[in-house]
Write a protein that binds this ligand. Structure first.
Ligand code: PEP
Ligand code: MN
Length: 335
């Protein structure tokens, strides 16, 4: 880190900073400028955090040189993380981008099965479907919980698709892991640190969505919690962030986040144009945009009867439209 001292800082302020750092194994170098003095410090930031240094008398600013997410960073691991599933599907690296598709919520066995067959026929790899739903209003549909997980498993058995569903509470994690191949942590829980820790200890890959107001750094630090607690298999998902225009798009899809994340992290990243835009007609162009900038996959909401969906019908593709979109995504190689 680089510590810039206040113009008014005294020599004893400066020495106090250096002493703290050196006592904790840091090497330091002082640059005395005409106006400001800067201290370069090299060492283990877990022993003295930048926050602690920043709180010392006379410190103006502390700049971090290395990214604070260590395990998720390219500095730690330069090669792309590739997650390989039992059926041979791979997510990440130079592998063909994957498609995760399905209803927002699992509603009925028959409806889910229709969607699952369509996802399979169209060449998708994962069936998605919510069993535990994070809803803004308590009056909205909350999900069929374990019943929905059973339907997901039945659809997986019938089609051979992999499955992904959201976990909202650490106490449900073991049960959910028994049913599905990937557990999703949704936008609203990206900073639920107990849940991230629990996901770090589970034996299934985690699909981690970007929070509604997460910076890219906060997003990668959320992934860091999962890695830190022992689970190396994290797939990131850009799903749009909140902005001021809600009239035409539900969120602002941060397409640039894909190459940014790929530059700084080895973890795979997919995009979710359904939640990212909230509009059915925007799913295809934004899916393509994500693939053009190098996403490792797309997540698309599909419903057998969107007009009567219990959640997110407006952004869900009907089955025929999904098939057409999939045909146009073709080999999903736009890069
Ligand atoms: C979802 O995928 O169903 C979902 C609720 O997504 P997000 O957390 O991105 O809103
Ligand atoms: Mn949804």
């Amino acid at each position: 880190m680089i510590i810039i001292m206040e113009r008014s800082a005294t020599l004893s302020n400066r020495d106090r900073v250096i002493r703290l750092l050196e006592e904790n194994g840091f090497e330091t170098r002082i640059d005395v400028g005409q106006i400001f003095t800067a201290i370069q410090a090299f060492g283990d930031k877990t022993t003295v955090t930048p926050e602690r240094v920043g709180a010392l008398e006379g410190v103006k600013e502390v700049k971090i040189i290395r990214e604070p997410f260590r395990l998720a960073s390219r500095d730690y691991k330069n090669d792309d993380t590739v997650i390989t599933f039992a059926n041979g599907v791979k997510v990440g690296g130079k592998n063909k981008p994957v498609v995760m598709a399905g209803p927002c919520s699992v509603e009925s066995r028959d409806g889910l099965m229709q969607v699952a067959e369509a996802v399979k026929d169209a060449g998708g790899e994962f069936l998605r479907g919510g069993a535990f739903k994070p809803r803004t209003s308590p009056y909205d549909f909350q999900g069929y919980e374990e019943k929905a997980l059973e339907y997901l498993r039945q659809a997986a058995e019938k089609t051979g698709l992999l499955t992904v569903t959201e976990v909202m509470d650490a106490c449900d994690l073991d049960m959910i892991c028994d049913y599905v191949d990937v557990v999703q942590i949704g936008a609203r829980n990206v900073q639920n640190f107990k849940l991230l820790k629990a996901a770090g200890k589970c034996n299934k890959p985690v699909l981690l969505k970007r929070g509604l107001s997460s910076t890219i750094r906060e997003f990668l630090l959320a992934a860091e919690h999962i890695l830190y607690h022992g689970n190396p298999n994290v797939i990131l998902c850009e799903r749009g962030i909140r902005s001021f225009d809600e009239q035409y798009t539900r969120n602002v899809m941060d397409i640039a986040a894909v190459p940014v994340v790929k530059k700084y992290s080895h973890l795979p990243i997919i995009i979710d144009p359904s939640h990212g835009t909230g509009q059915r007609y925007l799913v295809e162009p934004m899916a393509k945009a994500g693939l053009v900038v190098g996403a490792h996959g797309v997540m698309i909401e599909v419903h057998h009867d969107p007009e009567n969906a219990l959640s997110d019908g407006k952004q869900s593709l009907p089955i025929d439209m999904f098939k057409d979109v999939m045909a146009r995504l073709a080999d999903r190689q736009f890069v």
